[in-house]
Design a protein around this ligand. Structure first.
Ligand SMILES: C[S@@+](CC[C@H](N)C(=O)[O-])C[C@H]1O[C@@H](n2cnc3c(N)ncnc32)[C@H](O)[C@@H]1O
Length: 390
C-alpha cells in the first residue's frame, strides 16, 4: 500500500468542527481539493495550518472523514496499529460472547469501517470510497490477527450509494460459512452472516438482551423479535414468552434458536406488531414484561413526524397491556430520535394510557459500539427500562 497523500483545504467553519471533536467535513466546507476520490489526504485550514489526515470522497456530501489530528503517515502499519487498538478495547469480551463488533467505524476512530465477529467468521463493511479501496489491506490484516475461517463482505447497504459504490455481499476470504453457531452469554444462536439482517444479528442490543433478564418476569411479549434474542434471554426467568416478527424468515430462525436452547416456554409468531398489540388489547390480555425493539422508524429528519407517531402508538399500546408492576423495555435505533425526544414520546404514551411509570434504567447500544464524544452521530440506540406502578 503506497502513501500518496493528496491535499484538501477547508473553511474556518469546517476546521472549527474538527477542532470540536467531530470527524466529518461536509463538501460545502471544502475550499481547495488536490486529490482523487478514495485517497488519504492532508487537511489544512485556509491559513495553511495542518488539521490532520482524512479519507476523501469525491461523491458523498461527507467529503472528509478525519483519521488523525496528527500530520502522520497513514500506511499499512498505521492501519494495523489503529485496528489493534480497537481489538484491544474488546479484550475480555470473547470470554463471554462469540459475536460482537470488533470495529465500530467513527466510534473507534476508523471512519466508515465496520468489522463484526461471529466466532471464527468475520464480517467486513467498507462504507466510503477510501475504506473500500483499502479492502484488500483490511482482509490481510484481519487474517494476520485472527486467522478466521472466512471473511464476508456485507457491503449491501444503501449508504454506499452516496459514495458511488456498488452494493455487494460475498466471500472475501475462505469459503462461504453458511450458518454459524454462536454462544452469547450462554444463549445459543445460529446466524447467517451472508444472508441475515444487518451482518447476521443485532449485536448492538447484546447488553440490553442481558439487562432484560434482570427485569423480566411472568408472561412476556417480545415485539420485533428477529432471531428471538430478547425472548430467549428472558425465557429462563419468565413463565411464558411470545415473540413477534413480521418476517417469516426471522420467525423460522427464532424457532430454531428456541429448539437449540431447549426453550419450551417460548412461542414465535409471524405478525405485524401494530395489529397484534391492538388484538391483544381487544381480547383483554395482560403481560408482565414487554420488549419493543422496532426497526428505525425515522430513517431521516423528513420522516421524524410519522416515526414519532409510530413510537407513540406501540408504547401506548404496550402500557395498556402491562399489569401493575409490569416492565416495559423500549428501544429506538433512530439517530434522529434523541434521548430527550424519546423520553417525551414515552411520557406522552404513558399519560395517554393513564399509567404511572418509573424509569428503572436508561440504557444504550452495547459497549462494543462506542460513542465518540463530539460526534453525536455515533450514538443511535436508546433503551429505556420502565416499570408501571399504577
Ligand atoms: C431492530 S430489529 C429487532 C432486533 C431484535 N429485537 C434483536 O434484539 O435481535 C427489528 C425487527 O422488526 C421486524 N419488523 C419490522 N416491522 C415490523 C412490524 N410492523 N411488525 C413486526 N415486526 C416488524 C423486522 O423484521 C426486524 O426483525
Amino acid at each position: 500500500m503506497s502513501e500518496e497523500c493528496g491535499r484538501v483545504v477547508i473553511s474556518a467553519r469546517g476546521a472549527a468542527h474538527i477542532r470540536a471533536g467531530h470527524l466529518w467535513v461536509y463538501r460545502s466546507e471544502l475550499r481547495r481539493v488536490e486529490a482523487e476520490g478514495g485517497a488519504v489526504v492532508r487537511v489544512t485550514d485556509v491559513r495553511g495550518r495542518v488539521l490532520g489526515r482524512a479519507l476523501y470522497s469525491d461523491r458523498s456530501e461527507i467529503a472528509l472523514r478525519l483519521l488523525t489530528l496528527r500530520d502522520e503517515r497513514v500506511d499499512r502499519d498505521w492501519w494495523q496499529r489503529r485496528l489493534r487498538a480497537a481489538f484491544k478495547r474488546r479484550v475480555g469480551l470473547a470470554e463471554k460472547c462469540e459475536a460482537y463488533r470488533l470495529v465500530y467505524a467513527e466510534g473507534d476512530l476508523l471512519p466508515s469501517l465496520i468489522v463484526d465477529r461471529y466466532h471464527d467468521v468475520l464480517v467486513l463493511q467498507t462504507l466510503a470510497q477510501a475504506t473500500d479501496a483499502l479492502k484488500g489491506t483490511f482482509v490481510e490484516l484481519l487474517v494476520e490477527e485472527f486467522s478466521p475461517r472466512a471473511i464476508i463482505e456485507r457491503n449491501d447497504v444503501r449508504v454506499r450509494e452516496l459514495e458511488g459504490l456498488e452494493m455487494r455481499a460475498g466471500v472475501l476470504y475462505g469459503e462461504d460459512p453458511g450458518e454459524v453457531e454462536i454462544v452469547q452469554h450462554g444463549t445459543r444462536f445460529r446466524v447467517s452472516p451472508l444472508g441475515g439482517q444487518k451482518t447476521g444479528a443485532f449485536l448492538d442490543q447484546r447488553e440490553n438482551h442481558l439487562a432484560a433478564r434482570r427485569y423480566a418476569c411472568g408472561r412476556a411479549l417480545d415485539c420485533f423479535t428477529f432471531n428471538g434474542a430478547f425472548a430467549l434471554n428472558v425465557a429462563p426467568v419468565c413463565d411464558s414468552v411470545i415473540g413477534l416478527d413480521i418476517s417469516e424468515e426471522a420467525v423460522l430462525a427464532a424457532r430454531r434458536n428456541a429448539e437449540l436452547n431447549e426453550a419450551r416456554n417460548v412461542e414465535f409468531r409471524v405478525a405485524n406488531v401494530f395489529d397484534a398489540l391492538r388484538e391483544f388489547e381487544a381480547r383483554g390480555e395482560r403481560f408482565d414484561t414487554i420488549v419493543l425493539d422496532p426497526p428505525a422508524f425515522a430513517k431521516n429528519r423528513a420522516s421524524l413526524a410519522s416515526a414519532m407517531r409510530g413510537y407513540k402508538e406501540i408504547n401506548l399500546r404496550a402500557f395498556k397491556l402491562l399489569a401493575v408492576g409490569g416492565v416495559l423495555i423500549t428501544c429506538t435505533c433512530s439517530y434522529h430520535v434523541d434521548e430527550s425526544l424519546f423520553g417525551q414520546i414515552v411520557a406522552d404514551a404513558a399519560a395517554d394510557a393513564r399509567r404511572r411509570v418509573q424509569i428503572a434504567e436508561r440504557r444504550m447500544q452495547s459497549g462494543d459500539h462506542p460513542v465518540l464524544v463530539g460526534m453525536p452521530e455515533t450514538f443511535y440506540l436508546k433503551c429505556l427500562v420502565l416499570r408501571v406502578i399504577e
